[in-house]
Design a protein around this ligand. Structure first.
Ligand SMILES: C[S@@+](CC[C@H](N)C(=O)[O-])C[C@H]1O[C@@H](n2cnc3c(N)ncnc32)[C@H](O)[C@@H]1O
Length: 393
């Protein structure tokens, strides 16, 4: 009975939309007036001590194990939770429980490979054909592939690239950005990743496109370079470095950039302070940490870099995740063929994509593009933003 009282309070104060909850004892209750936006079924109680220890992990695991079912939009349920000031999801313990993280080169490699090396065949099913695994740019299209191509050009154009110069892509993924920069902007590019599968894939693309004299990919930690470049891009990467290494990460960007060089650093941030989500960290991105938007600014200026432009792409990431989640579910049979019919894994991945879309929609997290230059006044860049939107390259 005590357990039920706890969960009644938990749900009653958890959402700013009406919801219905079916409890494990066969009884149902509605919280809030009007048609329920979602129906939550708790097939069995979750130990309260688990919720108190880490609500994010306890709820996430209960969902993965099928102890909780949700009818209605999970994405909107997450938004409704973030909108309610008394919700568990806004509780300091839920989002900001930051254990000591360890990001030496060997733990980083293990963390990265546990996510990215689960197989190119898996990612091919639900990413678009560019294999881009970051926020797309939906300016006048709702097609994921087109939006990913547009994102790549949006980033490269912001650098105001001059043919024949050099570019480093830190955390190059499956390589579309670096290969586009080599092929269409005539840059000499180097990409680094910690994922063996990505490295092999990019090498095969370099060969296929005949870019051997302009593009190189390395299985290398971002801390291990010893060269300078005219341009640096790094997309969806600083979320992996950990709070304690953010200063070193931006220090590397500054060190690897030639004088008057330009960098475009793109990644997920939070509005207020950095965040760590226990469930995401345990199951999806071990070692991950989402920095506060201004936390990054401090490291950028402390490392002597000039901030030339800032752009938020929050709503674009919400849309990207909605596309990924739809692709994932539309092709669930292929996913099962590749990954096996493991219900817990399938529910885990679906929960990850849906809750992240909700978190962007709610404004809990954002995506920022930091355009940075090294040198006193960013002379390499034009005075206004017009150059970013020119059609020609
Ligand atoms: C979210 S993916 C983004 C990939 C790509 N930039 C894109 O937009 O599709 C993050 C990338 O960062 C790389 N990465 C993470 N930590 C790294 C490290 N310490 N050194 C080098 N690469 C790293 C991963 O291997 C992966 O390629």
């Amino acid at each position: 009975m005590f357990e039920k009282t706890f969960f009644k309070t938990f749900f009653k104060h958890g959402f700013d939309e009406p919801i219905k909850v079916n409890y494990w004892d066969g009884k149902s209750e509605q919280y809030g007036d009007g048609e329920p936006k979602a129906v939550i079924t708790m097939k069995e109680p979750i130990p309260i001590k688990d919720i108190r220890k880490n609500a994010s992990i306890a709820l996430g695991e209960a969902y993965m194990d099928g102890k909780i079912e949700v009818e209605g939009s999970m994405e909107d349920l997450i938004v409704a939770a973030y909108r309610k000031s008394t919700s568990f999801i806004r509780d300091h313990k839920y989002i900001n429980f930051l254990p000591k993280q360890n990001h030496n080169e060997s733990t980083s490699k293990k963390d990265i490979q546990s996510h990215y090396d689960i197989g190119n065949d898996f990612y091919k099913i639900w990413l678009d054909k560019t294999m881009t695994y970051s926020c797309a740019y939906f300016d006048d299209t709702d097609d994921l592939y087109e939006a990913q191509v547009k994102k790549v050009h949006h980033i490269i154009k912001k650098l105001n690239p001059q043919p024949g110069r050099t570019l480093l892509d830190i955390g190059c993924g499956w390589g579309t950005l670096m290969l586009t920069a080599a092929k269409e902007y005539d840059l000499k590019v180097v990409g680094v990743t910690l994922s063996q599968e990505q490295c092999d894939y990019v090498n095969s693309q370099i060969e296929k496109l005949g870019l051997q004299d302009k593009a190189e990919v390395r299985l290398q930690d971002y801390r291990d370079l010893d060269e300078q470049f005219d341009y640096i891009t790094s997309v969806g990467m600083f979320e992996h470095v950990g709070k304690e290494n953010l200063d070193e990460y931006f220090g590397c960007v500054a060190k690897y950039l030639k004088e008057h060089g330009v960098a475009l650093i793109h990644g997920i941030t939070r509005q207020q302070g950095g965040a760590f989500n226990g469930w995401i960290n345990k199951y999806i991105f071990p070692g991950g940490y989402v920095p506060g938007m201004t936390e990054n600014l401090d490291h950028i200026v402390d490392n002597g870099l000039q901030i030339s432009d800032l752009e938020s792409l929050r709503r674009h990431y919400q849309r990207t995740l909605e596309h990924w989640d739809k692709n994932f579910n539309d092709h669930i049979d292929e996913v099962k063929e590749v990954m096996g019919d493991d219900e817990r894994f399938l529910r885990m991945w679906d929960l990850y994509l849906k809750t992240c879309a909700g978190s962007f929609k709610a404004g809990n997290i954002d995506v920022m593009q930091y355009l940075l230059s090294k040198g006193p006044s960013g002379q390499e860049l034009p005075m206004t933003r017009d150059y970013m939107y020119k059609e020609d390259k």
